[in-house]
Design a protein around this ligand. Structure first.
Ligand SMILES: [Zn+2]
Ligand SMILES: [Zn+2]
Length: 166
């Protein structure tokens, strides 16, 4: 996913880039294509690239164990400076190029940001009811008759403690 910059006039340019996960050797959970919708702002001393990224992914829900698909979306901004300034060297999103650089390659950054955007907690739905801890029924699909035994283990301990105190 490269942007040719050698003949790019100064100003704002919009462009779309995409590449298949197979071509990029991306593994699970990603599938299909990684899509970038970028705004490239070229000026005398720098190029600022601001991209919206989206990619399809397959996950297994942490609560109900069901497979589901989702679209991972994120945004990232990269600044390419034509001159190296020490003071900015600590910012990972700032890169340095020379006046003769012909193109900039967003591939590695796009992949990194895609992985960063994968949610820590995977839920098929924010309201997912999960599996019954007693009988394993998927409570999104069916109800079960375990309600009375459906006590959180923490409460169970407190209840037995309460019994002892009485
Ligand atoms: Zn779920
Ligand atoms: Zn149950």
């Amino acid at each position: 996913m490269k942007i040719k910059i050698s003949n790019l006039p100064e100003g704002i340019h919009e462009l779309e880039l995409s590449k298949s996960v197979n071509e990029l050797n991306l593994e699970e959970p990603f599938k299909n294509k990684i899509n970038l919708d970028c705004k490239v702002d070229k000026s005398h001393h720098q190029i600022v690239v601001n991209c919206n990224l989206n990619i399809d992914a397959d996950f297994v829900c942490d609560r109900c164990n069901t497979n589901y698909s989702d679209v991972i979306k994120t945004n990232f901004k990269l600044v390419y400076l034509f001159e190296k300034k020490i003071s900015e060297a600590t910012d990972i999103n700032v890169k340095y190029i020379s006046k003769t650089t012909e193109e900039i390659d967003l591939t590695k950054d796009a992949i990194d940001f895609a992985y960063l955007a994968v949610p820590m907690k995977k839920l098929c739905n924010v309201n997912c009811k999960g599996l019954c801890p007693s009988c394993g029924t998927n409570l999104n699909i069916n109800e079960c008759n375990c309600e009375t035994e459906n006590i959180n283990p923490v409460w169970e301990k407190l209840l037995s403690l309460k019994d002892k105190l009485n």
